[in-house]
Ligand binder design. Structure first.
Ligand code: ZN
Length: 430
């Protein structure tokens, strides 16, 4: 018999269908069958498992379009198995894994290998980006059509920017023909020059090398010009600077096909908050100033920034304990992203609950062209998160991620994922 699951009495929030009301959700065979009031009386036939969601939000599973799973090459820091366990704990049911693995995911056979590995190991859905350039060297384009045929869900050299504007132009043109999204890590390397904190009073005070906001905005402006020139959509990863948000807002007003994401650490933290020489507060782009943070909040509220992603970037303790100058860039985020968003955006009235679900689920699903998720419409994958928006908790190591490099450890958060379902299967329960 096909498995039946009924989630009763939760506040269903489904922006794609403009639904925000107490409903029951019936799941049959891993898909959403029906969302309606009073289903519990009619549909609780023998063999139906019931989950009581009274007092909880029931939302489409989160889609995180920016995750580093470190497999292959750095399985000591994260694997597909552990990264997706961390995702499940955070209510994330689809991740897009970036291509800066070792070796780089730049060819169809590695993609096929990774997809088979995910099929066997992953607790939630994993999609893979193929790299834009061979070996992420920024010299020659990969074979986009072959990558797409092998299942690439997007193209990105993330970890590195595509510095060569001519190469980026051709990438956008080819990707447009194939209907693939190009995601760019915006950083002019000649300006950032290895800086590890926002260039300004905080980098000076700590005596570490700074990276100016312009390193990002120069590249953002270039990508916007190329999107306008080619008519191809470009997606800008992890915006951190006020001027970048302003540039995207102006471009959207003009009708340029550009979209953008922001990460919890950038809109919750600033460079002034970095404690001592703690490498767990180092990421790329770096934390910036209060003005920048305010601009990200404004961009998230008015839709200039389409999506919230984590840029989950695991690194081992040894590497991260070397201090700000020497530690590698990146922080983990899958287990805390929704909680930070609820704490900083929902409870502080920057976003409504519906906007939270839009930025973290329906919008990224739409950007990646995923029609079967990001919504609880009948027929969609039964990917759901059950959320207690008011539960207070304090993240601390050990995490389900193999790594523990997060600036949110020991920070009091309000809002927690109680249960996560992936294709109708409970993959996380408190
Ligand atoms: Zn990046």
């Amino acid at each position: 018999m096909t498995e039946r699951l009924l989630i009763t009495n939760g506040l269903v929030i489904d922006p794609a269908r403009k639904l925000e009301a107490v409903r029951d959700v019936l799941i049959v065979g891993g898909k959403i069958k029906e969302v309606a009031a009073g289903l519990s009386k009619k549909k609780a036939v023998l063999g139906t498992t019931t989950i009581d969601a009274k007092g909880l939000w029931v939302v489409p599973g989160l889609v995180d379009m920016h995750v580093h799973l470190r497999e292959p090459g750095r399985e000591g820091d994260e694997t597909i198995a552990t990264g997706t366990m961390a995702a499940a704990r955070g209510g994330v049911t689809t991740v897009l894994a970036m291509a800066n693995t070792e070796p780089v995911t730049d060819n169809p056979s590695q993609l096929a290998f990774l997809r088979a590995k995910a099929e066997a190991d992953a607790l939630v859905a994993v999609l893979f980006a193929g790299s834009v350039s061979v070996g992420q060297k920024g010299e020659r384009l990969t074979e986009f059509a072959k990558l797409r045929a092998a299942g690439a869900a997007a193209l990105s050299d993330d970890g590195r920017p595509v510095m060569d504007a001519g190469l980026m132009r051709r990438a956008l043109e080819y990707a447009k023909d194939l209907g693939l999204l190009v995601i760019d890590h915006c950083e002019d390397l000649t300006l950032s020059a290895g800086g590890c904190l926002d260039e300004g009073p905080d980098s000076l005070r700590k005596g570490v090398k700074g990276s100016p906001w312009a390193a990002e905005t120069v590249h953002v402006a270039r990508d916007i010009a190329l999107a306008e020139l080619t008519g191809a959509r470009v997606h800008l990863a992890h915006l951190s600077a006020a001027a970048s948000v302003e540039a995207v807002r102006a471009a959207k007003k003009k009708g340029v096909p550009v979209s953008a994401e922001a990460c919890p650490h950038h809109f919750a933290l600033t460079s002034a908050m970095v404690p001592g020489d703690d490498g767990n507060w180092k990421m790329n782009p770096p934390l910036r100033r209060e003005d920048d943070r305010a601009a990200l909040l404004e961009g998230l509220a008015d839709g200039t920034i389409d999506a919230i992603s984590t840029d989950h970037a695991p690194h081992g303790c040894g590497a991260k304990s070397q201090g700000l100058d020497l530690a590698p860039f990146g922080v983990i985020g899958l287990e805390t992203s929704l909680a930070v968003v609820l704490t900083e955006l929902f409870h502080k009235k920057i976003l409504t609950r519906r906007q939270v679900v839009e930025r973290m689920s329906s919008a990224p699903a739409a950007l990646l062209g995923l029609k079967d998720r990001g919504t609880l419409a009948p027929g969609a994958r039964a990917d759901l998160a059950l959320v207690d928006p008011d539960a207070a908790w304090t993240p601390q190591a050990p995490y389900l991620s193999l790594s523990r490099n997060t600036p949110f450890s020991a920070r009091r958060l309000k809002g927690r994922v109680v249960k996560t379902l992936s294709a109708g299967r409970v993959v996380h329960a408190l």
